[in-house]
Design a binder for this molecule. Structure first.
Ligand code: NDP
Ligand code: 2IT
Length: 446
């Protein structure tokens, strides 16, 4: 770590105590940018990175709602408006009991670079609540969403900030949020993405993140003269991203042998295929937080309390949540011959895990590059909303595919240009940074 990065990290930690995920995300990026900042003193002089780590705005609010028993409940709502240098703030909403400012700041920070990589005009933001959807009734979820939007609506807008889904927020929640936004503003606009198809949503958006991850994986394997066809794949999670990834791996002739949840992982040696993929949607909708139900239903092995990284596979796609793959997991994967790790979740690999992959020289893609297909397709949804014209499935999928190929090319080309051939972390961080940094320089001291 250079002196500059050390100093920056000391400042970030002192100013943002108790936010370990945010420190982790900043450190990964800052280390990657060392050579750029040395070559280009203008970024340092203008304190671009020091500005990027400071959110443009943080909104935190009370979300009161009443449960089915008539008891008052209070949650906390947030929106982090991180960076608007290249477009309106864009990024998902997460509803999970673990949500706090530090987690949302790490996600918003990652989102800035990811959105820059998509080549679309999207700034970065993230939001959510510590609301736990687990075990809540339909009515409770609706009342919560309505109360959440009753405050959030004054901070967002189709040209200001456009939220979408993330963990715990899918099509149903976006529907309730959109309905309330419309009542409050009397406007029907593309203020949220991930909308239903009958009211401004885009085809392929539900599948987009997972599809994009697999398109990116295919590009990485191509560099080594290989394809997904015939490969065994470990997937973690069982939510929206995992589902899209499993569907696309199947289409491309690979076999997914694991899924995971907070309760453990399942091993299905015949592959998560056909009706089993549809069953993933049921599991997610049940909000029971259990992947064991899959093992019971399809009579496959279940490993309670374990993560799927000890299984022998060619490819690993972590699609659940942050820091779900640590140094030991990474060593297990490498030892068992895994050749490619492509992140569907945001920051699923710890910094120590990441070093293991890099030292082993296997293909490794950071989420901000490989999971950008979700937000990119949200960008395409915004375009369709502005045109008031929906595109066909083929058109959206083809654009998504092209965007993922372009991001891959950008990562490879940038890494090589800055002397780090094959390092997707450095490629993604530098390319994502340059566009935002130059826009900030153009716009003066903002
Ligand atoms: P879902 O809510 O659909 O699924 C989340 C999955 O991760 C579930 O299996 C969930 O189980 C599990 N999970 C969540 N939190 C934890 C935890 N603390 N410990 C263990 N497991 C956990 O979310 P998505 O599929 O949308 O999101 C998955 C990942 O992908 C996240 O990192 C998200 O930020 C990222 N992502 C999502 C995009 C999108 O468009 N949806 C786009 C790009 C990235 P449970 O909830 O039951 O705990
Ligand atoms: O992490 C992410 O990129 C998302 N959750 C999707 C954000 C979006 O605006 O579609």
């Amino acid at each position: 770590m250079s002196e500059y990065v050390q100093k920056l990290m000391a400042q970030v930690k002192a100013k943002n105590p108790s936010e370990p995920e945010f420190h982790q995300a900043v450190q990964e990026v800052a280390e990657s940018l060392d050579t750029v900042l040395q070559k280009h003193p203008e970024y340092r002089a203008a304190k671009i990175l020091e500005r990027i780590v400071e959110p443009e705005r943080v909104v935190m609010f009370r979300v009161p709602w009443m449960d089915d028993q008539g008891e008052v409940q209070i949650n906390r709502g947030f929106r982090i408006q991180m960076n608007s240098a290249i477009g309106p703030y864009k990024g998902g909403l997460r509803f999970h009991p673990s949500v706090n400012v530090g987690i949302l700041k790490f996600l918003a920070f990652e989102q800035v670079f990811k959105n820059s990589l998509t080549s679309l005009p999207l700034g970065g933001g993230k939001g959510g609540s510590d609301f736990d959807p687990k075990g809540k009734s339909e009515h409770e979820v609706m009342r919560f969403c309505q109360s959440f939007m009753t405050e959030l609506f004054r901070h967002i807008g189709p040209d200001v900030d456009v939220p979408a889904g993330d963990i715990g927020v899918g099509g149903r929640e976006i529907g309730y949020l959109f309905g309330q936004y419309k009542r409050l503003t009397r406007e029907f606009t593309g203020v949220l993405t991930g909308k239903g198809l009958n009211w401004g949503g885009s085809l392929i958006r539900p599948e987009a993140t997972g599809y994009g991850v697999v398109y990116f994986t295919e590009e990485m394997l191509k560099v080594k003269g290989q394809t997904i066809a015939g490969k065994t794949v470990a997937v973690s999670g069982f939510g929206n991203v995992a589902w899209g990834a499993v569907s696309k791996v199947n289409q491309m002739g690979g076999t997914v042998v694991t899924l995971s949840g907070p309760d453990g992982f399942i091993y299905d040696k015949n592959g998560v295929k056909g009706e089993k993929v549809d069953y993933m949607l049921e599991l997610r909708a049940s909000a029971n937080d259990r992947v064991k139900d899959y093992a019971d239903k399809f009579k496959v092995e279940f490993f309670p309390g374990k993560r799927p990284w000890g299984v022998k596979v060619n490819v690993a796609l972590p699609c659940a949540t942050q820091n779900e793959l640590d140094e030991n997991d990474a060593k297990e994967l490498v030892k068992n011959g895994c050749q490619c790790v492509c992140e569907g979740a945001n920051m699923p690999t710890t910094l120590d895990g990441l070093k293991v992959f890099q030292e082993a020289g296997i293909l490794y893609a950071p989420g901000k590059a490989s999971n950008a297909g979700g937000v990119a397709t949200s960008g395409l949804e915004m375009t369709q909303n502005s045109m008031r014209l929906p595109w066909s499935r083929e058109e959206v999928d083809q654009r998504l595919h092209q965007i993922m190929k372009n991001i891959h090319h950008t990562c490879v080309e940038t890494a090589e240009r800055f002397g780090a051939k094959g390092n997707y972390v450095i490629g993604a961080n530098i390319a994502g940074f340059l566009k935002v940094a130059n826009a900030m320089l153009d716009q003066g001291l903002v």
